[in-house]
Design a binder for this molecule. Structure first.
Ligand code: MG
Length: 266
């Protein structure tokens, strides 16, 4: 079955992506894309081209949507959705929180998610409906145990589709401050945040993101039993993830702030 085959293939692809990203010869120097903080490194393009070639060779009937070279969002049939490096600003400046994010969608359903943590070099994968997250480290493959500690559950991760602090970010935090005690985290990598929520609990609010930022993380979070609500108009996406109560509460913020800033700074 295609899902199983893809699930096995993505393990090696993600490991290769880590090797490409962390090879000193690849380079981490960022160049500006749209705004001064929206950057791309040589590793972004290299990893995306590698993954496109793998998909073309192993799944020639599948389409491909990647951050750097595009593709049609919402295509029917099998589609790979890739962010070669999510959290490029972190990656380029030596911070943790950068990942490679690879997902497979069949029609409207996200069926496989793989996230490679470029700092620890570990790969996490899940297949929809399996109820399992598999971690691959230098020690081999293990099944992860998803937990929700009290400290884990206290965290609300925020991600926005732009980097510069603005009234949408401030307004979001202000509303959250009026609800209940929260620990706010803005790690600058949606994949990293979603993976951490899957493994340790907490909730996530993403506004003005792109589908490749969150597709793999959604699959992994769902297999950990987290609830997900996604708004995707084919260009921009908003998403909330967490326990059922969190999702209901954070959805009201998407309704309030989701349309306030829809285009990147030019
Ligand atoms: Mg990226």
């Amino acid at each position: 079955m295609t899902e199983r085959e893809a699930f096995e293939s993505v393990r090696g692809w993600a490991i290769a992506a880590v090797a490409l990203a962390t090879d000193p010869a690849t380079g981490r120097d960022g160049t500006r894309k749209v705004d001064p903080f929206d950057i791309v490194t040589p590793a972004d393009g290299l990893i995306e081209r590698y993954l496109r070639a793998q998909v073309r060779a192993q799944f020639p009937g599948h389409s491909f949507l990647g951050e750097e070279e595009g593709g049609a969002n919402g295509a029917h049939g099998w589609q790979w959705i890739v962010d070669p490096i999510d959290g490029t600003l972190n990656f380029s400046t030596g911070l943790a929180g950068a990942t490679c994010s690879i997902a497979l969608r069949r029609d409207d359903s996200l069926v496989i998610g793989a996230i490679a943590d470029l700092t620890t070099r570990s790969v996490y994968r899940a297949m929809a409906g399996s109820g399992q997250i598999i971690a691959t480290t230098s020690e081999g493959d293990t099944v992860c145990r998803a937990t929700t500690s009290r400290a884990g559950a206290a965290r609300t991760f925020l991600e926005f589709g732009w980097e510069d602090l603005d009234q949408v970010m401030v307004g979001t935090i202000e509303v959250l401050a009026g609800t209940r005690p929260r620990v706010i985290r803005m790690v600058g990598g949606a994949g990293y945040a979603l993976l951490n929520i899957a493994l340790h609990g907490g909730c996530f609010l993403g506004i003005g993101l792109r589908i490749w930022d969150i597709a793999a993380g959604i699959v992994i979070a769902r297999e950990a039993g987290r609830h997900v609500r996604l708004w995707d108009d084919g260009t921009l996406t908003h998403v909330v993830v967490g326990e059922a109560d969190d999702v209901g509460e954070l959805a009201t913020l998407v309704e309030q702030f989701g349309s306030m800033r829809v285009a990147p700074v030019t």
